[in-house]
Write a protein that binds this ligand. Sequence first.
Ligand code: HSE
Length: 346
Amino acid sequence: MTHKIALLGFGVVGQGFAEILEEKGELLRSGLGFDAKIVAISDFVKGSLYHPEGLDIAKALQAVKETGKLDCYPESPGLVRGWDSFQTIRESNADTVVEITFTDVKTGQPAINHCKAAFESRKNVVMSNKGPVSLAYQELIGLARKNHVRWGFEGTVMSGTPALRMPLVALAGNNITEIRGILNGTTNYILTKMEEGLSYEAALAEAQTLGYAEADPTSDVEGYDAQYKATILANIVMNVPMKRKEVECEGISHLTLQDIQWAKSEGKKWKLIAKCIKDGDKVIAKVGPEAIPITDPLAGVSGAQNAITYDCDLAGPITLIGAGAGRKETGFSILIDLINISRGQL
Ligand code: HSE
């Protein structure tokens, strides 16, 4: 059966995902039996398109590349233009809504309301937005279950690196007692560059130019981005209904070149560490800078890379290293959720 998809948002992640479907569609069909088509795109700035039989992805990508908008996408019988996000959710024939709009991480909107509308319309949701998962997980998962639909959000922690599916699927049966991770690429890039002698300000400017930082980099450097991800890990991997405010948070903006030099002289490296530690029935979660010994696997993770260590009672400590952001990588996180939904798997 063809999996019909509605994209809410057609920015970097949406286009990255569309490119993957365009490049690999045939291989996914023949190799995995995963047959998907995009029936709708609704973007607040670029415009919107809906065709129940499916859109021509190459033409939609070309329209945006050439004009920044979807308006010059060619006419065809049955094509509908101008639907907003809620009309797209409620009235399209999509099986799954891919929610990749810009999310306000303080309120989680509009993505939380998009999720609610989709679940109530009996549509699955796949997203890389951290807002809804970190702010409203318990409510939204309840709504998805009540409506017998699925919610995928692998891309919210470490983009396409399987930081969520690995513990949930590959490590199932273990008691994961502790999670420690470098979950923010911007701060890891800044700390790596400061070790090379660059000032904090210059390193942050480089991270912004390279596109690692959030629109407001305060979220990165004060640890909030990692705090959202730690909240997600506590809820999803450790299964406790934790709220963001319960995760202690300190950023790296106060670290000086002297602090970096001191760590070096002690055989250590500063890293912004997010952790969740089981304490009986409770979980203690926090984010903050730590000077860790260079023998720690996390110390070797440099630049914008992310990493996470799961302490498992059966499998021992397992560290996963990979990208934490990126057009293709986050596009892939959307694809893998869709593949697993169509397989009926987690
Ligand atoms: N600003 C984030 C980071 C992007 O630097 O890791 C991915 O969430």
